[in-house]
Design a protein. Structure first.
Length: 271
């Protein structure tokens, strides 16, 4: 009993302090992406705007109930990417960890809606979002960066040329990753492409991504907070953009952290 209590305390410490909404239900059996629907509530650019998810008529959590793995293609494991910020836009949207069913909402700071202030005429360089069923544990320093995670699902930089639709869920192929160190937290950024995008079909690993693309992304994340009067961000791993194998290892680690969080939450409801 004491061991179980210690496990629950460890896994839930960060979640409890933030009042996470953690669904007690898992992913629907035989998940079919074509059956997933979104429902928007409220007006864009207001505090009331939310995007909820429904599966076969039932409301679900995109964070907890959309599966991590989206299948296979050509022997490669695919992951489920949730589009939060379409390419070229500035509203800082995110899967909210605290709201019931974890809808996508616009982040706030000091009572105001958040927008990217850095290069607003360009907006986000990529389709930005998260991988379902992942969590970057803040209390467990990563051995390759020396600091814990940022307490969020793992971030995704989707490199397809066309903007995704906010709330859209896609099966994607991982290409690589880099480690942004933000406020002394590890904030992994996973580079992906949609697996069925013919124009991005030649991108199979990080070596296929043009150097100018990788440099542009590193520099954007280095400088974007300067528009808010803050200093330059720094990076782990000597600023290297790591390959597919490393990226999938990091994704698996964050999925395992999420699994333990979800399992511990379920057990806590049984005590």
């Amino acid at each position: 009993m004491f061991a179980l209590a210690a496990l629950l305390c460890s896994a839930l410490s960060a979640a409890a302090s933030s009042d996470f909404y953690v669904s007690t239900a898992g992913a629907p059996k035989n998940f079919d992406l074509s059956k997933l629907k979104t429902k928007s509530v409220g007006e864009r650019d207001t505090f009331d705007f939310k995007i909820f998810y429904e599966y076969e008529g039932e409301r679900i959590s995109p964070w907890h109930q959309i599966p991590y793995i989206a299948g296979e293609a050509g022997g490669e494991m695919l992951l489920h990417f949730i589009c939060e910020i379409p390419k070229g836009t500035t509203a800082k949207m995110e899967v909210n960890k605290e709201n019931t069913f974890n809808p996508i909402i616009q982040d706030t700071k000091k009572g105001k809606l958040r927008y990217y202030k850095y290069m607003p005429e360009v907006g986000s360089l990529v389709n930005y979002g998260a991988i379902a069923q992942t969590w970057e544990h803040p209390d467990e320093p990563h051995p390759d960066t020396g600091v814990g995670g940022d307490n969020d699902p793992i971030d995704v930089l989707q490199l397809d040329s066309e903007p995704c639709k906010m709330g859209e869920v896609q099966a994607v192929r991982a290409l690589g990753t880099f480690a942004l160190i933000d406020d002394d937290e590890t904030d992994w950024k996973v580079l992906v492409v949609r697996h069925d995008d013919e124009t991005a079909g030649q991108l199979r690993d990080i070596g296929d991504v043009p150097e100018e693309t990788k440099t542009a992304l590193i520099e954007w994340f280095r400088k974007y907070k300067t528009a808010e009067g803050k200093g330059l961000n720094r990076f782990g791993l000597d600023e290297k953009v790591m390959d597919k194998a490393y990226a999938l290892k990091i994704c698996d680690e964050t999925h395992e952290a999420w699994r333990k969080l979800h399992e511990s939450w379920q057990k806590s409801q049984e005590l």
